[in-house]
Design a protein around this ligand. Structure first.
Ligand SMILES: [Zn+2]
Length: 210
């Protein structure tokens, strides 16, 4: 419905809408009021996981942890503007395409959407570049009882190249919602390297302790 309204009118409506977090003040920054926006657990840093540099907007702490959980598991998609907005503020490198973290068909069927893809689409539109999904992910099984090496091995095997197109991008940004150990990003990076990507960057909305 909102898409049908003139963008300017849409902006006015947005400014009159209450903040998604406090519900009191008007929306000023990607659906939050100024106070709520400033009080988020900002990190805005590059962190290292698995010998990769990962740009991160937030610490995985309240209320961002709750927001991501609601967005991911409770279909509260209205948080996507805020989550994508947090990444727009990072100094992202010059890239040709965004690669969202893939999820398995099984997860997609359960959830109905890939949360990283939704964020990637908003960011890609802002940056005026395509979303690229050349890698698929096989079923994600429980990793209970496995050793660290076995877990890493299993994650690497989940990622499979799944593109028949000849289109290749050399400089890409991998996008995920939460980074913990970084092993999924590492596995995705390996697949992208096999596809000939030369500069592979990573950005995540939030970083949890590994
Ligand atoms: Zn607020």
């Amino acid at each position: 419905m909102l898409q049908l309204i003139h963008p300017l009118l849409q902006k006015v409506i947005q400014n009159l809408s209450p903040c998604l977090l406090c519900g009191i003040d008007h929306q000023q920054h990607y659906s939050l009021c100024t106070d709520c926006w400033q009080q988020l657990p900002w990190l805005k840093q590059t962190i290292q996981r698995q010998e990769m540099d990962i740009q991160v907007a937030f610490q995985y702490a309240y209320p961002v942890d709750r927001i991501i959980q609601k967005f991911k598991y409770e279909q509260q998609l209205h948080f996507q503007t805020l989550l994508a907005g947090s990444l727009i503020g990072l100094r992202l490198p010059k890239i040709q395409a965004i690669v969202p973290m893939p999820i398995s068909h099984q997860r997609l069927a359960e959830r109905g959407y890939n949360q990283s893809l939704l964020i990637a689409k908003i960011l890609a539109k802002q940056l005026n570049i395509p979303v690229w999904q050349p890698v698929a992910r096989r079923a994600q099984h429980s990793q209970k009882g496995l050793s660290r090496i076995e877990r890493l091995d299993q994650i690497e095997q989940q990622f499979v190249i799944a593109t028949k197109s000849k289109v290749r991008y050399r400089k890409v940004l991998m996008l995920d919602d939460v980074v913990t150990t970084g092993s999924s990003l590492h596995a995705l990076k390996n697949s992208l390297q096999k596809l000939g990507c030369q500069q592979i960057y990573a950005a995540c909305i939030a970083a949890a302790d590994s």
